[in-house]
Design a protein around this ligand. Structure first.
Ligand code: DQA
Length: 147
């Protein structure tokens, strides 16, 4: 059976493609899922794309990932900058974790420069636009040893 990768998305990312397109672009989360799926399939991986506006739901999914996922790609949205609870949940997950930000957060407001999730992430993508997710999937395949 192929290794499963969770792609977790936090608050407001359901509005991707509609929300501040000058910053986040025109692609939807569904489009992102299609691009990632292509990369995952060619690397022999499978994926589960999830989005929630609720911190507790994201934590529950990270707990689920302990049972059935080989790796996690996560864009926690604004929770990146506030959530020690998400950091703690990721610290309880054994596989690789890649943090993704569509925008180049370090060029933006100072409050976006701090990430609790980066204390756990094995790699961090920022400023690659929505393409960053597919790049993260490619790197995930590399970390997991490919097909
Ligand atoms: C984001 C950056 C965060 O600062 C912001 O709150 C988001 C999206 C990004 O993908 O660039 O919601 O994670």
């Amino acid at each position: 059976m192929s290794k499963l990768i969770y792609i977790l998305n936090g608050p407001n990312l359901n509005l991707l493609g509609k929300r501040q397109p000058d910053i986040y672009g025109h692609e939807t989360l569904e489009d992102v899922g299609v691009h990632c799926q292509k990369v995952a399939t060619s690397a022999g991986l499978s994926q589960k794309m999830l989005q929630s506006n609720h911190e507790g739901q994201i934590i529950d999914w990270i707990h689920d990932a302990r049972e059935d996922a080989a790796g996690i790609i996560i864009n926690p949205g604004a929770l990146t900058h506030t959530s020690i609870a998400i950091l703690d949940a990721l610290n309880a997950f054994d596989g690789p974790v890649i943090e993704v930000h569509i925008s180049q957060v370090h060029k933006r407001e100072a409050f976006r420069h701090k990430s609790f999730v980066s204390l756990r992430a094995d790699a961090v993508m920022a400023g690659f636009g929505t393409h960053g997710y597919a790049l993260a999937m490619q790197h995930m395949a590399h970390l997991l040893g490919g097909k």
